[in-house]
Ligand binder design. Structure first.
Ligand code: SF4
Length: 441
């Protein structure tokens, strides 16, 4: 049962010592009630209060951590329904299915495991592999073949707990996710998960059955659970996922676990991509894809990055002076903001043109040029400050700087801030920079 801020406040020391980073115990209590801080933020909570508050302060969706060899995937700990209310924290794990009957396991795993692609300065890759025992006699060999190539976390899939058990013998020290428990076999799976300290996924056709199963499995001592609610079509899957998230956020603990989906079981690649995209947007923690398909994977990874980016903190690059195409002292200095997409738009155009330049990235709180200017975060003072902070003058022979065309209005003020510098107004769009540099610089 969730406690109100006032109820929590009564259990805090009430000394207002501020060590938690809040001015009063009441302020901390309110944040704790809203699940925006951890109880550990206050070092002075008594053991008795801690026990009482633990349940109330626990995240509504349990954090599940899968461990491979030196690599892990964390899923869960979400606290809101819509990302703009706060943010989504732990990205859905994207796993590639490997069937034990496959003859090309090594080749498939090498391709998927080595996949790495950049997006606005972030490296994307897959999270792990889901090994399905479609041929139980080859299950252990399949796991060994995957492990010979990849250290990423694993998901083991079989309806037969003895088959899963045989697979666990070659994964000592790891924490895989076991998939296969339902109303018919949950006891054997619960024992297996408890004895091997692994996470366990449980499936059921209705949320009522699912919640009663999780209660029974928890009573057996397994806390790390994952829900497979299924659904016969996109609409039904979405409805179930939404109901689970809503109930979990109301502290209905029986469904307070991450969700798992299987786009891999779709009857066409198009349907697989639709289900995977919906799963990322709407609450899936673990997603199993049919095979390594870089085109699908890249779009899903970009979608995931956008869904899981804090809407109040845009993706940023570090402010600084970036060199492009080995600039010489006489090469131009261009200015932009530290919003990632803005930076990469400009940097990619200049790099693609082959023309050498320095790009001065000004700290504008991660906003794009016009937004930052309108918010007072990208003005002559900030640009001049960056010029000095990054010692631009010592690296160039001509004191000339090019500002984005959208903020031409800043040129006069910048001349005052940077006496002796020539201020040039560049184009409004990054795509026009190469032409401008060739003609005007
Ligand atoms: S650290 Fe604890 S005692 Fe101190 S102000 Fe915060 S909640 Fe109160």
């Amino acid at each position: 049962m969730a406690l109100s801020g006032i109820q929590i406040y009564k259990m805090l020391p009430q000394t207002n010592c501020k060590e938690c980073g809040f001015p009063t115990c009441l302020a901390f209590a309110m944040k704790l009630a809203a699940k925006q801080v951890e109880l550990s933020g206050c070092p002075y909570v008594s053991a008795e209060s801690k026990a009482q508050l633990a349940e109330s302060s626990a995240p509504p969706i349990r954090l599940i951590t899968l461990k491979g060899i030196g690599r892990e995937v964390k899923v869960g700990n979400e606290v809101c329904m819509y990302r703009h209310e706060k943010t989504f924290y732990n990205k859905s794990g994207l796993f590639i299915r490997i069937k034990s009957s496959q003859s090309d396991i090594s080749t498939s795993v090498v391709q998927a495991d080595s996949y790495k692609v950049g997006y606005v300065g972030i490296d994307f890759s897959i999270d792990g592999f889901a090994i399905e025992a479609d041929d139980p006699t080859k299950f252990v060999d399949a796991i060994k073949a995957v492990r010979a190539v990849s250290k990423r976390p694993l998901i083991l899939i079989s309806k037969d707990p003895t088959v899963i058990s045989s697979g666990l013998t070659v994964l000592s020290g790891e924490t895989p996710l076991l998939v296969g428990a339902d109303a018919t076999n949950w006891e054997a799976f619960a024992d297996l998960a408890k004895n091997n300290k692994t996470a366990l996924a449980v499936s059921a056709d209705t949320l009522d059955i699912l919640s009663s199963l999780t209660d029974k499995i928890k009573a057996k001592g397994v806390d790390d659970l994952v829900l497979i609610p299924g659904g016969n079509n996109l609409s039904e899957s979405l409805t179930k996922a939404t109901q689970i998230r809503r109930l979990a956020l109301k502290n209905f603990r029986s469904l307070g676990f991450p969700i798992m989906t299987f786009p891999c079981n779709s009857d066409s690649p198009q349907r697989e991509s639709l289900i995977a995209a919906q799963s990322i947007a709407k609450y899936a923690g673990f997603i199993v894809l049919d095979k390594f398909n870089p085109e699908l994977l890249y779009s899903l990874l970009v979608l995931r990055e956008n869904i899981y980016t804090d809407p109040q903190k845009p993706i940023q690059v570090t402010p600084g002076l970036y060199e492009i195409n080995n600039p010489k002292p006489e090469s131009p200095v261009l200015v932009t903001t530290n919003f990632s997409i803005t930076y990469f738009s400009v940097a990619n155009e200049v790099e693609g043109s082959g023309l050498p330049a320095r790009l001065l990235v000004v700290d504008a709180d991660g906003m794009s040029v016009l937004t930052a200017w309108a918010a007072g975060k990208f003005d002559a003072e900030r640009i001049a400050k960056a010029v000095k902070a990054f010692d631009v003058e010592s690296k160039i022979s001509t004191k000339r700087i090019v500002i984005p065309g959208h903020v031409a209005v800043l040129s006069g003020e910048l001349e005052e801030e940077l006496p002796g510098w020539e201020i040039r107004v560049g184009p409004r769009e990054a795509v026009d920079l190469p032409g401008f540099m060739k003609k005007a610089l």
